[in-house]
Design a protein around this ligand. Structure first.
Ligand SMILES: [Zn+2]
Length: 164
């Protein structure tokens, strides 16, 4: 095992550490269950830092096989997401930070053995679209429709939603 699965999150932030690489979805069973195929890597960069408060920032990219809800074909959904969490050193601090949440970042308790893979898995699960659909030009349903009609406004709406 060369991969470091637990980090001291506060020390990681205070040392401005960086951890990057790829995690195979086999190590993330909850995410694996949500995907249509098992051979997927998630590329991650975790950066620690201090901006008044200590924080961890996570950047994630992956191509995730999902089932298109419009044409029922599997397609690769491109994930490109970034998030940041403040590291509270105790419950009281966490409580205060949660109440003054600025909408830019969440807060979590700092841990000696922080399981960053579980964090990464959670963030991907949150980012997954509720109703995944192909980008318009790649969808079989849209291609069929395009032969005779203008684009279906509901399909367009679904595409717009997907981007948020
Ligand atoms: Zn489709």
């Amino acid at each position: 095992m060369s991969e470091q699965v637990a980090i001291n999150s506060l020390a990681f932030a205070q040392d401005h550490s960086v951890l990057s690489g790829a995690v195979h979805v086999d190590s993330l069973p909850r995410l694996a269950a949500a995907l249509m195929a098992g051979d997927v890597n998630l590329n991650y960069i975790i950066e620690g830092g201090v901006a008044v408060r200590p924080y961890l920032r996570l950047k994630l990219t992956a191509d995730l096989p999902l089932l298109c809800h419009r044409c029922a074909q599997i397609f690769k959904w491109h994930l490109d997401t970034e998030c940041q969490v403040w590291l509270a050193q105790n419950e009281a601090e966490l409580d205060v930070w949660d109440k003054v949440a600025d909408g830019l970042a969440d807060a979590m308790l700092a841990e000696d053995k922080f399981d960053w893979q579980a964090w990464l898995e959670e963030e991907v699960l949150l980012a997954l679209p509720v109703s995944p659909v192909h980008p318009d030009d790649g969808c079989l349903a849209t291609a069929e429709q395009g032969k005779s009609e203008r684009p279906n406004p509901f399909a367009v709406l679904a595409t717009l939603k997907r981007q948020h």
